[in-house]
Design a protein around this ligand. Structure first.
Ligand code: Z5A
Ligand code: MG
Length: 232
């Protein structure tokens, strides 16, 4: 742990938590926020979609099935919902505040691409994310579709069915093949066991020298190729 003087001289870290539905993202984000705050870090927890903004309200109505949207329009609304917060995230990070983010651009690209709309590929879906704040670490909470389906609340919103979730899993895999700074965590275990691995990965990120550099921005996807990180 660094001294408070060292901490205040460094920018905050941007930590993203991703995963399938019911993988425990929100539970782990809350636990991580508490963990970091107890260790003296300034930390905020935000989630996407942020359903409180005017754009977020449109997204909420779509997800609950009370309003419809064309695939491309809803995709761009999800992205706009992140752009709404981009400046304030950058300001917080520069001021030494770390941010734990519950879903981000990765969900944005993957869920839209999983609709198998021939004019909405993963590459197309990634385009509006380019230029958003670049996470220092993306934790992917990995869980089988069957185990996720057994957890509370599954099946209430638009994408919560096994067919969609299976496609989402495959496309997350394809996307993370083209990203670095991704850490895959087995989320099929007890809350505390998952939290332990989350905290280890975040501690490593906190000592990483990349935080001496200004926060970056998301770039284009790397070309397809290379090894696939194991999600099974
Ligand atoms: N979406 C999109 O299309 N485009 C975008 O750009 C973005 C999102 C950002 C809503 O997201 C939908 O929006 C989502 C993707 C799409 N679609 N789907 N499907 P959301 O984040 O608002 O969804 P949510 O309602 O918060 O569900 P969730 O995030 O999938 O759940 P979670 O956060 O991963 O899990 P949790 O709330 O922490 O836990 C769920 C339950 O499991 C709860 O009862 C816990 O007590 C339990 N739990 C958690 N961990 C454990 C462990 N380890 N053991 C046992 N039980 C556990
Ligand atoms: Mg959640």
């Amino acid at each position: 742990m660094s001294s408070s003087a060292e901490r205040s001289a460094r920018r905050g870290a941007l930590i993203v938590v991703e995963g399938l539905d019911r993988a425990g993202k929100s539970s782990q984000c809350e636990m991580l926020q508490t963990y970091l705050a107890e260790r003296g870090h300034d930390v905020k927890y935000i989630r996407f979609p942020d359903r409180t903004t005017p754009i977020g309200k449109l997204i909420d109505a779509y997800l609950r099935g009370s309003a419809d949207q064309n695939d491309h329009s809803i995709h761009l609304l999800f992205s706009a919902n992140r752009w709404e917060l981009a400046k304030s995230m950058q300001r917080d990070i520069a001021a030494g505040i770390s941010i734990v983010v519950d879903r981000y651009s990765y969900s944005g690209a993957v869920y839209s691409a999983a609709k198998a709309n021939p004019t909405l590929s993963l590459d197309w879906a990634w385009q509006p994310e380019i230029g958003l704040p670049q996470p220092d670490l993306c934790l992917f909470l990995n869980i089988s579709t069957e185990a996720a389906a057994q957890r509370g609340g599954f099946g209430e919103e638009r994408y919560e069915n096994e067919k969609m979730q299976t496609r989402v899993r495959e496309i997350f895999r394809a996307l993370f093949d083209r990203q670095d700074k991704v850490c895959v965590i087995d989320a099929g275990r007890a809350l505390d066991e998952v939290a332990k691995d989350v905290h280890i990965a975040v501690e490593k990120c906190f000592v990483n020298s990349s935080r001496n550099e200004p926060l970056g921005t998301l770039g284009p996807l790397a070309p397809r190729a290379g090894s696939v990180p194991s999600l099974s």
